[in-house]
Design a protein. Structure first.
Length: 310
């Protein structure tokens, strides 16, 4: 049985004057799923996130959030939190005061809203009483995430949440988002960081010029009929080179290999499977086999090149 949907969009359009930002968008995001949103600049990602947060209203189409049709008015849907273009903060207030002010705006009692809990969750306890004006970009992003978590959202919408994060901060945020999804919260995550999306997302939607050009599991990108470059390290590079040259559909890229023990081959998945089988049968151990560029990044680059050509 399929999981209930946190987002169901059908035929969503949005224009700003003569500029068509979204052109017939369909989108399904399951409950408890971390769903990535990818696309070149100007693809419509920010516009779509704004619709999900109630910051804008679609011109046409149907959008259901957490099982309810979205009202035709500018208002944040119940159970939804997040930020677009970075979190809005009061720079003269401390981290704790920012969250208390937000709670007050929502009519909540700052003493009982769990401010200290969310600060701890995003790793800001030690700077809770420091002014936001002195925060780095990564710290501001984490404070924005804490603000979103205050409402205990069932749908979290985040725009470039890893901006400015160091490796430790990124790992901390990843852990928070993974836990939220495991507890049933849906997350829509827009990012230009392909490594973040691949580490977190079970499915992605790729936008180009306001349209969906792919939506589905990351594994499906690799299964598409698209050749990719792979790094191949084996116990016997010479034998591997000969087997690769003799396997139909395998193309050697000597220019791409900077290590004499590594082959770079371009192939479809089916041809790559055949090469691996031949290597194993010949007693050649496969020590490394990985895409030079991930399937998601390859799809993103292909879209960007298409836009440049047009």
């Amino acid at each position: 049985m399929d999981a209930p949907l946190a987002i169901r969009a059908r035929g969503i359009t949005k224009s700003f004057g003569e500029v068509v930002a979204l052109d017939g968008i369909d989108l399904d995001v399951a409950q408890g799923q971390i769903h990535g949103l990818v696309g070149p600049n100007g693809a419509g990602k920010t516009t779509l996130l704004g619709l999900l947060l109630g910051l804008a209203v679609a011109d046409s189409g149907r959008l259901e959030i957490l099982g309810a049709p979205l009202a035709r008015a500018l208002a944040a849907p119940d159970g939804v939190a997040g930020f677009v273009d970075g979190p809005g903060l009061y720079p003269s207030l401390t981290a704790r005061q920012n969250l208390a002010a937000l709670a007050a705006l929502r009519g909540q009692d700052a003493r009982t809203t769990g401010i200290d809990d969310v600060l701890a969750e995003v790793g800001l306890t030690d700077v809770a009483d420091d002014r936001a004006s002195g925060f780095s970009l990564g710290m501001r992003q984490r404070l924005g995430l804490a603000a979103a978590l205050l409402t205990k959202p069932r749908l979290l919408v985040l725009d470039e949440p890893s901006n400015g994060l160091d490796p430790a901060g990124k790992k901390h945020v990843h852990r928070v988002l993974t836990r939220l999804a495991a507890d049933g919260t849906s997350v829509v995550l827009s990012s230009h960081r392909m490594d973040d999306l691949e580490a977190l997302c079970s499915e992605v939607t790729i936008l180009a010029t306001g349209r969906v050009v792919f939506s589905g599991p990351l594994s499906k990108l690799a299964a598409e009929d698209r050749e990719l470059d792979y790094r191949l390290r084996t116990s016997d590079p010479q034998a591997a080179r000969q087997l690769a040259a003799d396997t139909a559909g395998i193309h050697l890229d000597d220019a791409g290999a900077r290590d004499a023990e590594v082959l770079v081959v371009r192939a479809l998945v089916s041809a790559l499977d055949e090469l691996v089988a031949r290597l194993v049968n010949a007693g050649v151990a496969v020590r490394e086999l990985a895409p030079v560029v991930s399937p998601l990044e390859a799809a993103f680059l292909a879209l960007s090149e298409q836009q440049e050509e047009n």
